[in-house]
Write a protein that binds this ligand. Structure first.
Ligand SMILES: C[S@@+](CC[C@H](N)C(=O)[O-])C[C@H]1O[C@@H](n2cnc3c(N)ncnc32)[C@H](O)[C@@H]1O
Length: 467
C-alpha cells in the first residue's frame, strides 16, 4: 500500500457510514473517503490509516466503540485471514440490502441512468455450501500465524487451501471451508494427511518443484462429484495415490488429473487424463441436463443459476418462433434453457471448448434449433453475422466482469432487437455500458440476484426495450 502524510494516523470515534466498492466499507473524514475492510455500516470505531490508493485512504479498525446492528458472528474459523467470504460478519438480510444498494449506486453514479426501482433482490436459500466448484492449492509454504512462530514448536510447513490475499507464495491451510458441501473438507483434509504420511511433496512455487499442485473439486445437485488433480511432474507415486483416494471416497464418480510442469497454474492447455469414471459429471437445471467436463465453465451456484435463468426467461416472454441471440453464451446454458419456446437460438462465445460443450449439451437435450459460433464478440457479432442470421427478437448478453467492448455495444444499439436482456456480474461495467445505450434502449426492469452469499458480489439482470 502507498503511504502518505496520514500514514499511521489514528482517527477516533468515527462512524462507518456505507458499504462501498470491492466489499469494503466507507467512512468520511475531513472531506476524504476512507475504505475499511471487515467493517459494517453503523460501527463507531477508531481507525488507523494504513495506506492510500488513488483518491482514497485505507483504514484499519483498531477499537470498537459501538458495533453495527447489521453485525453477526462470522461462521468460519478462517474469517479475516482468508480472502474468500469477507461479508460473513454481516447478517444475510443486510448483505442483500447492500447488494441492492450497490446496483442503485452504480446506476446513479457511474451511468447517471434513468431506471425503475430494482425488483427485490433474489436471495440464495443456502448462505453456505452453495458453490459447486472449489480449487485448493498445495504448498510447502504455509502461512504461519505469529503465535505459532512464537511458540518455538517444530512447525509443519505444508498446506492445502487458499492463497493469502496478495501473497502468491503463501497458502492458508484450511480446516473447514463452508462454501461447498461435504465431503469437500473431508476429501481435502484426508488427502493432506495421506500425502504427508506417504511423503508426497507439496508444491514449491518459488523453486517450481513438488508433486501435488492443485485440486479442483466439483459437484452437482445430482450429487455427482469430480476431482481434478494437478501434479507437477509424472511420477510412479501418482497411481497408488489416486487408488487410495478412490477407495477412501468410492462415491466420487470422476477422478482426473493433469501433469502441469509449466510455471503457471492454468490447465486449459493441458491434456486431462481419466483415472476413474467418465471425464464429466452431470448437472440438471430445470428440464435440461448438462455435462460438465474438467475445463467446462459452469455457473458456480447451481440453485441460483436456475433462478437467474428463470428471471431471464420471465423477462424474455418468448413467443413461439422468436429468434434469440445468446451473446457470451459459455456452454450455451441460457440459450438452451429458452430453446423450447424459441424458434432459433444463436450463441456466440470465444472459448472453443465451451462451444464444443454447447454443441454436446444441445444434442444431449434434443435441442435442434440452436447454433453456435466461436470467436471474439467484437469480430463475430458484426453486420455479416446479423445478415446471416437475421434480426433478433431478443438478445441476451452475459459478458465477463470487464463488460462489453464499445463496438459490441454499438452493434447492439443498431441491432433493431425489440428486447435486450443484459446479465452482468459487475454492475460498474454494466452501468457504463448502459450509459452508451441510453438513446437506443430504455431500462424497463432491474432484477439483482445473489449468486455469492458472504461476498459483496452481485449479479444483475436488466430488461431493455427499444426506444
Ligand atoms: C459470465 S460468462 C457467461 C456464461 C454463460 N452465459 C452462462 O450463464 O453459463 C461470460 C462468457 O464470455 C466469454 N467471453 C469473454 N470474453 C469474450 C469475448 N471477447 N468474446 C466472446 N466471448 C467472450 C467467456 O469465455 C465466458 O464464457
Amino acid at each position: 500500500l502507498a503511504r502518505n502524510r496520514h500514514y499511521g494516523q489514528l482517527i477516533e470515534n468515527i462512524t462507518i457510514d456505507n458499504a462501498g466498492a470491492e466489499g469494503k466499507c466507507i467512512a468520511r473524514w475531513e472531506g476524504k473517503v476512507i475504505f475499511v475492510s471487515y467493517a459494517a455500516p453503523g460501527d463507531i470505531v477508531d481507525l488507523k490509516i494504513i495506506g492510500r490508493k488513488r483518491k482514497f485512504l485505507i483504514g484499519e479498525i483498531v477499537k470498537f466503540h459501538q458495533k453495527s446492528t447489521d453485525r453477526i458472528e462470522a461462521k468460519c474459523e478462517h474469517f479475516g485471514l482468508c480472502g474468500g467470504c469477507k461479508w460473513q460478519h454481516l447478517s444475510y438480510k443486510s448483505q442483500l440490502r447492500y447488494k441492492n444498494q450497490q446496483v442503485i449506486d452504480a446506476f446513479q453514479r457511474i451511468g447517471k441512468l434513468d431506471f425503475p426501482e430494482p425488483l427485490p433482490i433474489i436471495g440464495s436459500e443456502n448462505g453456505f455450501h452453495y458453490r459447486n466448484k472449489m480449487e485448493y492449492t498445495f504448498s510447502n509454504s504455509r502461512w504461519i500465524l505469529q503465535e505459532e512462530a512464537d511458540s518455538g514448536d517444530d512447525l509443519d510447513k505444508n498446506a492445502v487451501g487458499f492463497h493469502i490475499p496478495g501473497r502468491y507464495d503463501k497458502v492458508l491451510n484450511l480446516n473447514t471451508c463452508h462454501l461447498q458441501e461435504e465431503p469437500t473438507n473431508e476429501i481435502r483434509n484426508w488427502i493432506a494427511q495421506y500425502a504427508k504420511k506417504e511423503g508426497l511433496s507439496f508444491y514449491d512455487v518459488k523453486n517450481k518443484e513438488g508433486l501435488l499442485r492443485n485440486l479442483i473439486i466439483r459437484n452437482t445437485t445430482l450429487d455427482e462429484w469430480m476431482l481434478l488433480f494437478s501434479f507437477g511432474y509424472k511420477s510412479e507415486q501418482i497411481d497408488p495415490f489416486l487408488e487410495a483416494v478412490a477407495s477412501q471416497f468410492p462415491k466420487i464418480q470422476s477422478i482426473l488429473f493433469v501433469i502441469n510442469d509449466k510455471p503457471n497454474d492454468t490447465i486449459y492447455d493441458l491434456d486431462v487424463v481419466s483415472f476413474k469414471g467418465n471425464p464429466w459429471i452431470n448437472e440438471k437445471l430445470g428440464d435440461f441436463t448438462y455435462k460438465i467436463r474438467a475445463k467446462s465453465f459452469f455457473q458456480t451456484n447451481s440453485h441460483q443459476a436456475k433462478r437467474l435463468y428463470d428471471v431471464v426467461a420471465n423477462f424474455a416472454e418468448i413467443e413461439s418462433g422468436d429468434k434469440v441471440y445468446d451473446l457470451y453464451c459459455g456452454t450455451g446454458t441460457i440459450g438452451l434453457y429458452l430453446s423450447k419456446e424459441a424458434g432459433k437460438i444463436v450463441g456466440i462465445e470465444s472459448v472453443p471448448q465451451a462451444i464444443e460443450d454447447a454443441h454436446e449439451n444441445a444434442q444431449n437435450n434434443g435441442v435442434s434449433n440452436a447454433v453456435f459460433e466461436v470467436g471474439d464478440m467484437r469480430k463475430v457479432f458484426d453486420d455479416r453475422f446479423v445478415a446471416k442470421y437475421g434480426r433478433a427478437d431478443i438478445i441476451i448478453t452475459d459478458p465477463p466482469r470487464s463488460g462489453m467492448h464499445k463496438d459490441v455495444v454499438e452493434q447492439l444499439n443498431h441491432s433493431g432487437a425489440p428486447k435486450i436482456i443484459y446479465v452482468s456480474c459487475n454492475v460498474a461495467t454494466q452501468a457504463r455500458d448502459l450509459d452508451l445505450m441510453r438513446e437506443h434502449y430504455k431500462i424497463e426492469r432491474v432484477q439483482p440476484v445473489d449468486m455469492f452469499p458472504q461476498t459483496h458480489h452481485v449479479e444483475n439482470v436488466v430488461l431493455l426495450t427499444k426506444i
